[in-house]
Design a protein around this ligand. Structure first.
Ligand code: FES
Length: 179
């Protein structure tokens, strides 16, 4: 098993280090196979895959950082920047596009205040929401749809339905502040 890197692991929480050790122990014949589990572990603990994550995981597994980076950038579920507390994924594939997916996205932008380059995730200034386009969410018959965290919301074809959808996910039970 490759040795633990000495830096920057000194600053990492001991519970994280223990979980990382346990994860790597499941792959005695190929430490590199622990790349995905360690990326998940890191994101669960710290919210996104930073440069520090890439360097630390590579060192922990005895790999070069590019091997970790190529995995982290291949899978869209890994975040390369801090995300808001609520993650909204709006489908932009054909059925949703024709049924109002763009309007759904624009309404979500207005309600959350998220801004930025729509080729990637965009964030609200209060850190509450992250909004992004994704490909088909496998619910084409009920377009337009979005996922808010782990929940699928269907037929979001009016501003009222979109607002109600956001309200069900607001932190602390408060409604979305913008009407
Ligand atoms: S096209 Fe949107 S769910 Fe399939």
């Amino acid at each position: 098993m490759p040795p633990r890197p000495t830096t920057p692991a000194k600053t990492l929480p001991t519970d994280f280090l223990a979980k990382a050790d346990e994860t790597v122990a499941h792959y005695p014949f190929s430490a590199r196979s622990a790349t995905l589990p360690l990326l998940h572990l890191w994101q669960e603990q710290f919210g996104f895959i930073s440069e520090e994550a890439i360097v630390w995981i590579a060192a922990r597994l005895g790999q070069v950082p590019i091997h970790v980076l190529e995995v982290a950038t291949f899978y869209p579920m890994f975040h390369r920047e801090p995300f808001g507390k609520i993650h909204i994924k709006v489908c932009r594939t054909l059925s949703c596009e024709l049924a109002g997916g763009r309007e759904l996205f624009e309404t979500m932008k207005r309600l959350t205040g998220a801004t930025g380059d729509e080729h990637g995730p965009i964030h609200s200034p209060d850190g509450r929401y992250t909004l992004e386009f994704v490909e088909c969410l496998a619910s084409c018959g009920t377009a337009p749809v979005c996922m808010v965290d782990e929940t699928l919301h269907e037929k979001l074809d009016t501003p009222e339905k979109i607002k109600a959808c956001l309200d069900t996910h607001s932190t602390g039970g408060e409604p979305c502040p913008i009407t």
